[in-house]
Structure formats: structure tokens, C-alpha cells
Design a protein around this ligand. Sequence first.
Ligand code: IDC
Length: 476
Amino acid sequence: MFSIPRPSRRHLLVGSAVGALALAATAVLPTTNAMAATGCAVTYTTNSWQGGFTANLTIKNLGDPVSNWTLGFTFPDGGQRLVQGWSATWQQSGSAVTGRSLDYNGTLGTGASTTVGFNGSWTGSNPSPTSFTLNGTACTGGTTTPPTTPAPTTPPPTTPPPTGTTPVAINGQLRVCGVNLCNQYGRPIQLRGMSTHGLQWFANCYTDTSLTALADDWRADLLRISMYVQEKGYETNPSAFTAQVNTLVDKAEARGMYALIDFHTLTPGDPMYNLERAKTFFATVAARNAAKKNVIYEITNEPNGVSWSTIRSYAEQVIPVIRAADPDAVVIVGTRGWSSLGVSEGGNSDEIVNNPVRAENIMYTFHFYAASHKDNYRNEVQRAASRLPLFVTEFGTVTYTGDGAVDTASSNAWLDLLDRLKISYANWTFSDAAEGSAALRPGTCAAGTFTGPSVLTESGAYMRDRIRTPDAFPTS
Ligand code: IDC
């Protein structure tokens, strides 16, 4: 129905260290380690855009075990700058960059790897560095062994392949690294999926058949489970809505999709109105789902008419409740002005950068409706994305009313931007509501067939085309 030109989603430049054997590694070894076999291999993968880039490095120790390490390399272009890194303590001096191990990843056995990374900026060009050192040894991909030490006989272990090909099988437990959402290998990923409509109205849209279509036909990575709190939602029957959410978490898990549990507050806009309900709800769902790898918590949908400091205070009361039960899950915090980073109420993301939520492993919500929110919102997302981990937990291809025609030009501009920045998203809605944002034609859910071109609306056809392109998730 549509032919949408799609830029390649990944711009990869892979450089591995070559040459430099002449550097006679033994000459630069610390004296305490003089007899140790040394060797290493580093791969450098970058995702670059005008003026900025993300770099991910996998460091493999091919020599004897080390208990801490310092990685070194030089940026080839004088305009390249390290902005913010993760999984190491980073420093730049001139063009020379060092990354020192942290407590948790300093120990690297023979053949062991670890992944680190950073966000950077560039001016002239952005070439990848091609030579690296580890504890002073040039990483040539081989081992340098002092003559008196026999060469290691055990080959470095290879990373086992993932046990399945679903998004959850490949990516496992997610965590925030720098401004990205990262998978179990510490590599940035983007999840693309759909949001339910209100569970109180559209329960018949979320069945085994429909969710299989979402996972297999749409190839979605993510199901956002939108549990309204008001409007005949959770507040009217907490245990029934909690059970409904948990059932959908299981259905998503069975199909290898991530499940984003959305505490869908909207009116009133002050999240504090629902604070006690939120604590009760999240204590229950976090305890019940703690062992699962596919759950992400969205603690408030669209705060509005309240200050950032109120939202922050809400977050700092709800997040500990989740962490107490499920310590490793990613939590997403709504932002001011209907999760517009403040823009819809005259603010911007500086209020968050200057006063972030005091918790680890969190991201911040951004929402847009393509026919209503255009360049000024896109510019703010682009600006914020280098400083804050963002997740577009809801957006529409239409106007903010949830209705109207698809704005293809604006939707393309938005999704191209999110792809480039690796910002995850969920589209409003995977439902057959009689409104332009719904992906399914009215009557589809009652009829019970969810595949084939006749079930999709214009927005649904557009979104399915965008979502079903390959993910190319990193697997090591
Ligand atoms: C809309 C639904 C509509 C429903 C209304 C009120 O599309 O059927 O009657 O909510 O509950 C949001 C909200 C989301 C809105 C959506 C479209 O998060 O609940 O859904 N929207 O208006 N923020 C901006 C737009």
C-alpha cells in the first residue's frame, strides 16, 4: 500500500586494531607483570550522524588474566571529542583517549571480553581509530609471549550464540548505558513496537492470535500495555486490572517481546493524585515479574499542569518500590507537558538535566503526535538525546487528539530521527478504535483475524512497514 524509502538503519564502521607489533609489547609491560603473556583484540563500532556519534568497543583479553585494565587509543581527527562514556572511566587529553576499568569489569580472564562505549562529537570528519592498547600492549589480535613462557594452548572461548531469535532471546535483560538502552551485551539497541489502547475498552484486541500477529507478522519487539488508571480503569478494580496486565506480560514473553507496563495516568495530570495507587500497583507487578527479562516499567504516562519537581518527587517515591522487588529492570519516567520534555508547557529538557531523578537505570519519556508536533519538538529531542536516555513510549502518526489523517512526511521525519538516535518507540495504538491512530480497522478485534492487508488502517499499514524491517541486534 505504501512504498516508504527507508534509509539503512545502521551505519557501521568497524575497525580492528592492526599492525603495531613493532611496539615490542614486553618493553612497555609493568614490571610486576613482566613474565605475563599479553595480547588483546579490540573492535570499534560506531553509529555516526552529523556532528555526533556513539562508539561501542569490545575489548578481548587474549593474554594472561588481568585484574584491571586501561584501554588506550588516539582519535584520527583533531575535532573528535569524547562527550560521555559508560562502563569505564574515560579521559581525553589532546587526541589521546583512555578508558579505565571499573570494579565490576576489571577482571578479564584469558579470552574474556567486555564492552564499553561512549558518545562523542566531531567537526571535520569522524574516522574510527585503528590501533588500541590494553595495559600498554598493542592490541593486534594476537598474543605476545615472553620466550620463557609457553604459548597458551587454550583458544579463547567464543560467545555462545543466542538460544533463540526473538528480541528477548537475543537481547535479554536490558539496562541503560549512557544515553542508550543497551542489551545483555552492553550494546545500544532500539526497540520498535506498538501500544495497546485502554485495556478497559479494547480487551478483545489482545488475544493469543492478535499478539502472535504482532510478534510474527509485524515482527514487533515491544508491546506497551496501557493500563488507564482513571476513565473506568485500574482505580475501579485494582486486582482485575493487575491480573490483566500480568497476563499480557506473559503473552508478550511467550512470543519473545518486551512488555512495557504503562501506568496510564492522563487526567488529572498530577501524578501525585495516584501516588498510593502507583505504589500498590508497582509493588505487586514488580514482585510478580521480577524474574522476567522482558519487563520495563513506565511509572506515569503524561503528567501535565505540574512542575518537573513534582514529577521528580513522584518518581523518587515510586522507583524504590519497584527496585525493592525487581532491582534490575529499566524504569521510565514521564516528563512535564504530556511527556513533551516540558516543551508543550513552555519549558525544555534543561529542567531535567539540571535536576535529574536520583535513581540509576532510568530513562525519560517523550511523546509526540506527528501531525501536531513538528520541527521545534524534533529539535528538542535531538538536543536532549545526547544528554538524557529517552524512550518514546507513545506516539501517533496523526494529531494529538488521536484522530485525523496520517501525516506521512512528519511521521517519516520523526521515525528517521528515532532510528538514527536509536530511540525506542511504541505507536498508539494496536487497536480497532474508530480513530485515525488505530492500526486495525473497526470490527477487526471482534472478527478475530489480525493478518492480511484488509485488517490494517492507513496508520497500521504505515507502522507495520516501519516495524517489520530487520532489527540487526548486536549479538556479542
Ligand atoms: C486517547 C484515545 C481516545 C480516548 C482518549 C481519552 O485515543 O480514544 O478517548 O485518549 O482517554 C495521549 C494519551 C492517550 C490519548 C492519545 C490521543 O496518552 O491516552 O488517547 N494521546 O489523544 N497523549 C497525547 C495523545
